[in-house]
Design a protein around this ligand. Structure first.
Ligand code: ADP
Ligand code: ASP
Ligand code: MG
Length: 405
């Protein structure tokens, strides 16, 4: 029997009116003989409000309580949608993550799904019920409620689709699909019809939060086809699937960017073996993730060591550096918050040389200074000043002619 998983994101369920529209859509589109599983996010900015509430009460809340609080938003939306569905004679049942059989590890605020027991869901399908599951949550082996990280309802949907061997996992959101870049920053952004898991992994990993990175990792591993669609418009959306042999990859498929970067420059470190380890060791021990790293050779045997971290860990990173001044042996530290990372992504890069040169030339022509560069087989990232973000994204979109198919 065919199974379809559909996930509706926060903006798509932000009011009773919108929930009613979704219920009507489910009622209208359903095909008899197909099982439907609906995953919902919290209504609108509910999760942000819960974070604010927690911050008001406690600077360092007990992680267990924090997850308990944050998970409540999704519970409201599934209960309300199920009520509306039943009002219009569509049989449904709402489940929390735990009731849906979602087991996670114990990493609070960023738990990983370890196993799903779909017995309960399947028995509801047998009763011809539509099953509505709270996204973003599960329980660990001690029955503590856990949450899956911001944007985690995408991962709930993909994981359930994998466990149920669903035919498709449809992610309904507030745009028509995955675009060449964020349509809110570039009006020429074009909706893509198809994208490989690999490209979407890079886009999501480099800041395109239209899908949570983990959901794409999960889909790629379990070969779950994802379709990103607009919750309130009809369209074919974007299909994310495995690379077909004959697929003529576009040179560049998209531009991603992230605004949550910060830069740390440690000036005047010894230019000798072991320095990078002395700096990054304590940073890693403090569980701070480092992204880009550059070391400039200076003069008199001294060098400058620069790296980026996510903005919300900058303060902690600076504390670690100050605390380890004796072993790190540096002259001074400069940090910068208002930087961003812009990346071009495309499997086509593998077979074409000269893409990096074109990217750098385009930025130079627009007087955008590049602070750092990193490359991989299918992406090139640069760190630039935040004030140049819109200019850089639009210029690169033009340079690689992304508005044309
Ligand atoms: P939801 O609440 O449905 O989970 P999100 O806000 O998480 O929605 O994701 C949708 C948003 O992702 C869009 O409104 C858009 O601004 C942003 N976005 C960023 N990059 C892209 C991209 N390449 N394609 C489409 N949307 C993107
Ligand atoms: N409500 C959660 C968040 O805002 C999860 C989600 O929407 O995917 O991050
Ligand atoms: Mg989202």
């Amino acid at each position: 029997m065919k199974t379809i998983v559909q996930k509706y994101g926060g903006t798509s369920v932000s009011s009773i009116q919108k929930l009613k529209k979704i219920a009507e859509k489910i009622a209208r589109d359903r095909v008899s003989g197909v099982n439907y599983l609906i995953v919902l996010s919290a209504m609108g900015d509910t999760t942000d409000k819960l974070v604010t509430l927690s911050n008001k009460v406690s600077k360092q809340p007990n992680p267990r309580d924090y997850d308990m609080l944050l998970s409540t938003g999704e519970q409201v939306s599934v209960a309300v949608l199920s009520m509306i569905l039943n009002n219009i004679n569509v049989n449904s049942i709402s489940f929390t993550g735990w009731q849906a059989g979602i087991r996670t590890d114990s990493t609070s605020m960023m738990a990983r799904i370890e196993a799903i027991n779909v017995k309960k869901i399947k028995s509801e399908f047998m009763k011809k019920n539509i099953v509505v599951v709270a996204g973003f949550q599960g329980v660990d082996d001690k029955d503590n409620i856990t949450t899956l990280g911001r944007g985690g309802s995408d991962t709930t949907a993909v994981a359930l689709a994998a466990a149920l061997k669903a035919d498709e996992c449809q992610i309904y959101t507030d745009v028509d699909g995955v675009y060449t870049t964020d349509p809110r920053l570039c009006i020429k952004a074009r909706k893509l019809n198809k994208l490989t898991y690999e490209e979407m992994l890079e886009m999501a990993g480099l800041g395109s939060k239209v899908l949570q990175l983990r959901s794409v990792e999960f889909a790629s591993k379990h070969k779950v086809p994802i379709r990103v669609l607009n919750a309130h418009n009809i369209g074919s959306g974007t299909l994310i699937t495995k690379e077909e042999k004959k697929m003529e990859g576009a040179l560049i498929s998209g531009i991603a960017f992230t605004k949550d970067e910060a830069e740390v420059m440690i000036k005047g470190v010894k230019d000798q073996p072991g320095v990078a380890a002395k700096i990054l060791g304590p940073i890693g021990d403090a569980k701070i993730e480092v992204d880009m790293i550059v070391q400039n050779v200076g003069s008199n045997g001294l060098a400058d060591f620069t790296f980026t971290v996510s903005r919300n860990t900058l303060k902690k990173a600076l504390q670690v550096i100050e605390k380890n001044k004796k072993t790190m042996m540096y002259e001074s530290v400069i940090s910068k918050r208002n930087i961003v990372k812009v990346s071009i992504v495309g499997v086509g890069m593998r077979s074409h040389a000269g893409i990096a040169g074109r990217m750098f030339k385009c930025l130079a022509k627009n007087k955008v200074n590049i602070r750092m560069i990193s490359t991989s087989e299918i992406k090139i990232s640069v760190v630039i000043d935040q004030k140049n973000l819109e200019l850089a994204v639009n210029a690169l979109h033009n340079e690689f002619k992304l508005e044309n198919k």
